[in-house]
Design a protein around this ligand. Structure first.
Ligand code: DSN
Length: 405
C-alpha cells in the first residue's frame, strides 16, 4: 500500500490495513463469498466519486453536477446487461443497492404487498436470511422481510440432500406464494431454473433467482443462467463476480411489463436508500469489464474444478460432503460423523491460518452460532492462482487438523 496520506494522517488505521493485507496474503482463505478484487477495482472504489451525491437515476438526478456520474452509472448498467448476455434485450437493471439483502428487500417491495406469501430455500439447507428466515422453533421473524411478508420454505430431500423439484412443487402448491425464490449461501448444487419457473407458473407465482454466490460462474459460463426463465434476478457483486461490495437487480420487462423498471428503481430510491455509492458503482463497472475478458471464463471454470477437487479429496479422506460433491465454487461438510462441531472446527483451522466458516447443514441438530457444518470455497485462492493439486493439499491439511474425534 502506497497511500502515504493515510499513513501520515492516521497511522493507527494505516497499520491495521497493512496488517489485514498481510493476513490476506498469508492465510488460506476458503470462505466462498470472499475474493480478491483487482487493483483497478480498488482504484475506482477509492476514487473521488464518493464525494458526490446523486439521488435519482442516470440523467434524472435531484442534484446538478452529475454529468460524469451519469455516464459511469449508465456504463455500468450496460456492462451488467452485456456480461449476462442481455444487451439489447427487454431486461432492466438497477446497480445502486449497496448489498444483496437490500437488493432483495427492494425487489420484494416492488412486486408484493405487505402480508403476501413468499416461498424460499430453507436456511439450514443453504438458503439466505434475506429470503425471509424465521426461527424454526418459535417462528420469530428475524428480518424486515419476515416481519412484513408471510414467509415459507422448501427443504432438500432428506436422503440426497439436494432439492427434489417434485417436493418443491408440492410445497409451492400448499403455500401458493406470490413469489418463489431460489438461491442461497450454502447450496453446492446448480439450481434447475427451468424447473423452478415451471413450478412458479403452476402456482401463478413470480420466479426470482438470487445468484449472489454464483454470479461470476454464470457470467463466466461455468454455471447455467437463470435469465431465460426468471422474472427477477438479484445478485451481489463480490463473491465469484470478483467486484466490490454492492448488488444488482434485474427485472424482465417482457414478463412483468414496462413499468417494472420504474417500480424497481423507485423501490431502491427513494424507497430504501438515498444517494447511491458512486465509487462502488464504478468499481462494479470495472469488475464487469474484467468479467467479460476471456481470462475470466478460465477463472470461473477453474473455481469449479478447484472446489470439485477439494470435495473429492475430502470425501476420500472420510468427510461427509453434503450432496456428495459440488457443481459450484463451494463445498459444505457435515462434521457430525467426524465428531467435530462447526465452531470448534472453524477455531482449530483458524489457529493454523486456514479460514473457513462454520455453517448450518441439512437436518441441522445444532444452533446457528454452533452448527454442525463447515463451508469451504475456492474463489479467493483461485484468484491467487491455486489449481486442483493445490486444493488436494488444502484438503489433506484440513483432514490433518480435523482428525476424527
Ligand atoms: N455473507 C454472505 C455469505 O458468506 O454467503 C451471504 O450473506
Amino acid at each position: 500500500m502506497t497511500n502515504s496520506a493515510l499513513q501520515k494522517t492516521d497511522p493507527e488505521i494505516y497499520n491495521l490495513i497493512q496488517s489485514e493485507e498481510a493476513r490476506q496474503e498469508k492465510d488460506l482463505e476458503l470462505i466462498p463469498s470472499e475474493n480478491v478484487v483487482s487493483d483497478a477495482v480498488r482504484e475506482a472504489v477509492g476514487s473521488v466519486l464518493m464525494n458526490k451525491y446523486s439521488e435519482g437515476q442516470p440523467y434524472k438526478r435531484y442534484y446538478p453536477g452529475n454529468q460524469f456520474i451519469d455516464q459511469i452509472e449508465s456504463l455500468t448498467e450496460s456492462r451488467a446487461l452485456q456480461a449476462f448476455g442481455l444487451a439489447d434485450t427487454e431486461w432492466h437493471v438497477n446497480v445502486q443497492p449497496p448489498t444483496g439483502a437490500i437488493a432483495n428487500f427492494a425487489t420484494y417491495t416492488a412486486v408484493m404487498n405487505p402480508g403476501d406469501r413468499m416461498l424460499g430455500m430453507n436456511l439450514y439447507d443453504g438458503g439466505h436470511l434475506s429470503h425471509g428466515w424465521k426461527l424454526p422453533d418459535t417462528g420469530k421473524p428475524i428480518s424486515f422481510t419476515s416481519r412484513l411478508y408471510d414467509t415459507h420454505f422448501y427443504t432438500v430431500n432428506k436422503e440426497t440432500r439436494v432439492f427434489d423439484y417434485g417436493e418443491v412443487l408440492a410445497r409451492a402448491k400448499a403455500v401458493q406464494p406470490k413469489i418463489l425464490i431460489s438461491g442461497g449461501t450454502a447450496y453446492p448444487r446448480e439450481i434447475d431454473h427451468k424447473k423452478m419457473r415451471e413450478i412458479a407458473d403452476t402456482v401463478g407465482a413470480l420466479y426470482m433467482a438470487d445468484i449472489a454466490h454464483e454470479a461470476g460462474l454464470v457470467a463466466g459460463g461455468a454455471n447455467s443462467s437463470p435469465f431465460p426463465y426468471a422474472h427477477l434476478v438479484t445478485m451481489t457483486t463480490r463473491k465469484t463476480l470478483r467486484g466490490p461490495v454492492g448488488a444488482m437487480i434485474f427485472a424482465s420487462k417482457k414478463l412483468l411489463g414496462d413499468d417494472i423498471a420504474d417500480k424497481i428503481d423507485f423501490a431502491v430510491f427513494p424507497g430504501l436508500q438515498g444517494g447511491p455509492q458512486n465509487h462502488s458503482i464504478a468499481g462494479i463497472g470495472v469488475a464487469l469489464h474484467e468479467a467479460m475478458q476471456p481470462e475470466f471464463k478460465r477463472y470461473a471454470a477453474q473455481c469449479v474444478k478447484n472446489a470439485q477437487a477439494l470435495a473429492d479429496e475430502l470425501m476420500k479422506l472420510g468427510f461427509d460432503v453434503v450432496s456428495g460433491g459440488t457443481d459450484k465454487h463451494l463445498v459444505l461438510v457435515d462434521l457430525r460423523s467426524r465428531g467435530w462441531t462447526g465452531k470448534d472446527a472453524q477455531n482449530a483451522l483458524e489457529k493454523v491460518e486456514i479460514i473457513a466458516n462454520k455453517n448450518t447443514v441439512p437436518l441441522e441438530s445444532g444452533k446457528p452460532w454452533n452448527p454442525s457444518g463447515l463451508r469451504l470455497g475456492s474463489p479467493f485462492l483461485t484468484t491467487r492462482g491455486y489449481k486442483e493439486n493445490d486444493f488436494l493439499e488444502v484438503a489433506r491439511k484440513i483432514a490433518e487438523i480435523l482428525a476424527k474425534n
